[in-house]
Design a protein around this ligand. Structure first.
Ligand code: CP
Ligand code: NVA
Length: 306
């Protein structure tokens, strides 16, 4: 049985297969998930992830059950392992949004059904799949094209760099020194870039990362659960705003990306997010198809050719 807990859980060829499956489903939805139910077990708020999973399941003939943050009390009202074992008796697959990566890992160890990481503090693989789907639609084969993430070495950037490096992209990451992703994520990104013929640059200089890039990506400086650090983070990230001056260093017509929710005037300016090169709403739309493909794959209903 397979889970999707981190971007590195998928091999480069599985990522390629998932993106092709997502493209096929987007062109012509099929009732692949007829009779299947997905539970959404969420301990943090969500707009996109929740709705895109629900709509994607419906497009493919499946159903969803949403469990809101105050309802389950994972590890508080009830032990994680008991929740996992109970839900597996009711549904076919579960998407978990929570805090520590250890929580989804523990959940998965006790789950008799596939578990999808719907965002933890460390990883957001569903977002990364939708982002690469969007880049493929815009750029064609992303091999050799450059993607610069400017900002926090957080869940979104960690999953993104591993996924983009898997597909042979020239990946650049600019973060302040104290905000780099985990060493294991950096090592995985480097190894995948080397294997795919891509590249990986880690820097604390946004201008160096942005130079000539085909796409510029940013995310909030204050992720869910970090509210108490907000003031310090706004100071530490002051030079990392995705604004017109930074965008001017990228390739002409460089794509502008953000997973949303965005904080205009903080990590990105109004002018940049509203520019004609912004693809942020395409990214949001593609969550539907990337996740539908991932669910079908984990349930063994879409299998790569051997
Ligand atoms: N991008 C994203 O995951 O958005 P939500 O937090 O609204 O689900
Ligand atoms: N890094 C952000 C992503 C939100 C989709 C957070 O974790 O809050």
């Amino acid at each position: 049985m397979r889970h999707l807990l981190a971007a590195a859980d998928l091999t480069p060829s599985e990522i390629g297969f998932l993106l092709e499956t997502a493209e096929g489903l987007k062109r012509a939805p099929r009732r692949l998930l007829e009779g299947r139910t997905l539970a959404l077990l969420f301990e943090k708020p969500s707009l996109r992830t929740r709705v895109s999973f629900q709509v994607g399941m419906r497009h493919l003939g499946g159903e969803t059950i949403y469990l809101a943050p105050q309802e389950v009390g994972l590890g508080e009202r009830e032990a994680i392992q008991d929740v996992a074992r109970v839900l597996a008796r009711y549904v076919d697959v579960v998407a978990v949004r929570t805090y520590g990566q250890g929580i989804v890992e523990e959940y998965a160890r006790h789950s008799g059904i596939p578990v999808v990481n719907a965002l933890t503090d460390a990883e957001h693989p569903c977002q990364a799949l939708a982002d690469l789907l969007t880049l493929r639609e815009r750029l064609g084969d992303p091999r050799g094209r450059s993607l610069a993430f400017i900002g926090d070495g957080n869940n979104v950037s960690s999953s993104l760099i591993v996924t983009a490096a898997s597909l042979g992209m020239d990946v650049r990451l600019a973060t302040p020194r104290g905000y780099r992703p985990d060493e294991t994520v950096l090592a995985e990104t480097g190894a995948r870039a080397q294997a795919s013929g891509g590249a990986f640059l880690l820097t604390d200089d946004p201008a160096e990362a942005a130079r000539g890039a085909d796409a510029l990506y940013t995310d909030t400086w204050v992720s869910m659960g970090q509210e108490r650090e907000a003031e310090r983070r706004r100071v530490d990230f002051a030079g990392y705003q995705l604004n017109e001056a930074l965008a001017a260093r990228a390739a002409p017509g460089a794509l502008i990306m953000h997973d949303l929710p965005a904080h205009r005037g903080e990590e990105i300016t109004d002018e940049v997010i509203e520019s004609p090169d912004s693809i942020v709403f395409e990214q949001a739309e593609n969550r539907v198809w990337a996740q539908a493909a991932a669910v079908a794959f984990l349930l063994g209903l879409a299998t790569p050719p051997v």
